[in-house]
Design a protein around this ligand. Sequence first.
Ligand SMILES: [Zn+2]
Length: 703
Amino acid sequence: MESPKKYTITAALPYTNGPIHIGHLAGVYVPADIYARFMRMQGRDVAFVCGSDEHGVPITIKAKKEGVSPQDVVDKYHKIIKQSFKDFGISFDNYSRTSAKIHHKTASEFFKKLYDAGKFTEETTQQLYDEEAGQFLADRFVVGTCPKCGFEESYGDQCEKCGTSHNATDLINPKSAITGAVPTLKETRHWFLPLDQYENWLKEWILVGHKKDWKPNVYGQVKSWIDDGLRPRAVTRDLDWGIPVPVEGAEGKVLYVWFDAPIGYISSTKEWAEKHGKDWEPYWKDKDTKLVHFIGKDNIVFHCIIFPAMLKAEGSYILPDNVPANEFLNLEGRKLSTSKNWAVWLHEYLEEFPGQQDVLRYALTANAPETKDNDFTWKDFQARNNNELVAIFGNFINRVVVLTNKYYEGVVPKPGEFSAVDEQTLAELKAYPAVIASSIERYRFREAQGELMNVARLGNKYLADEEPWKLIKTDEERVKTIMYVALQIASALATLSEPFLPFTSEKLKRMLDYGKSSSEAIITTSGVLLEEKEEKEWEQIGQNSDLLPAGHEIGKAELLFSKIEDSQIVEQLDKLVATKASNEAENSVVEPQKGIATFEDFTKMDLRVGTIVEAEKMPKANKLLVLKVDTGLDVRTIVSGIAQSFKPEEIIGKKVTVMVNLAPRKLRGVESEGMILMTENKEGKLVFLNPDEDGVKNGTVIS
Ligand SMILES: [Zn+2]
């Protein structure tokens, strides 16, 4: 295999406006982790870095909605996300965050260096401005029709439907996401990275240079971008959450989140190097270092065009060797969505399937969206577990360990002469490390894991054909050889499974008392001795048939995988059905806050507790009920549009809140003297607002 001096492996910085779900894991973090673990096992010098992406508009929108500060939002989700990665064995060497001091400093200096070198253009432009909110509308603060595909709810910076990245002023019919107002144009000054100047260089570097080794989906998207012509991109924003633009006269402006976020990979590497007394620079500046970005397809433009142009402009950095972006994973046929809660959240999965991280890692890799969008279904998840992990991998290991304990008190027997089948089986086994390695090096993780499962199939078939449990009665000597061969396959599985199924690998190594467990391997990635041992472990399978020598003592059998019952799957499906129903009802839109009302405005309204004493349908109107309400002041007629939610007889005697001084108005010829206050439940049914306690008298003032 090729052997760069160092590997800098990055995984997309998760955006901290929510926890992470299976789509993130399948698209980015599991493949990145398989790659990083594999490279460490080959003795490579690896820096696998990531961190939380904590700036940008969506976080400020979420903070506004929840009435907390942006820092509160990122603190909350940074903690949850970091824990999920740890729980699922994502073996980052460092997990940082973009609100960290070291990142602010790194990003700020990066900008200043480009600024001083005259790499930006400065422009005063017309930007969308919300008069009502008194602020500029960058990125997700504005929603409108995508100029490319016509999707009506495109964000200002990017269309979620077609993936196109654009400027907010390109949107057709823009609307403020804060107030819903139609924005005006207002002058503001910003700095731009003139991407058009990098067009020829990008063509040469990617379209010519990486035609063969980059994935077709990535290459194709880059090509279409470049073919469309690149335009200067603003790298600053009018916003108060982010990294201040380190230039005089730029008050109230911050670095565009997409300028600062990828620099987060560099800051994370710095943070790691500082902790371990290393020099970070070779990981980013040495020509012999291989830089690989793992991302989802929505990030291709940023990692293949914008960030490389930034690195090129800076001048001292290496460029990515590959950007193996995945397509999207859907859930039961629908697009995964954080805001619509259409997801399997990692922290919830672990509550429902405790200790079964590897099952999810396995199912997601088996179905990875490497070349096209794929669908995660709970049925497939169950089948992968029951028919593959339990029936093949688990069954084989269990037989080997149980029979070795039963026949030889756990001691590996001395083999006799190998039969033709034994020879062939061992020869097949020896071929696998190179086959799996070759797939991983080409970023074909699904294929690589398929080959791993073929090792388990090889073992399972060997035992099923040789039937040592029958032969033990007639040919004890032959059984020794069979069990010896089976034990070699089991130990090979313990090593080869580590990048894919780290928890299983560790358990299996413990059961066989074989090799180094993965958790030790993570802690000591910088320890040369261990790397050599690990490296040998993978290589040895291809070279040596005596992985577990005669006389070695193994441990007792533990369960590697357990069957997932139908009832568990039904429970998950029910949960999704409930989500779907509540999404449809909520429509996931919260109305924006209205303009300010003064205290005087409020005290003008006379709100009282009342009781409905009579109710009947308004003739020829299907929405209206005519009510008689005892307001404590009088019994009066109020016409209310609640007929589709209530039958008249259901609401007689109901305590209600009435605005008694609303100007009277005629509805269908009936004069209505007031209004009853209502809200909606999540299914869209109207509900009354009434006092929390019984016995509040009619006419009591609400203030
Ligand atoms: Zn679009």
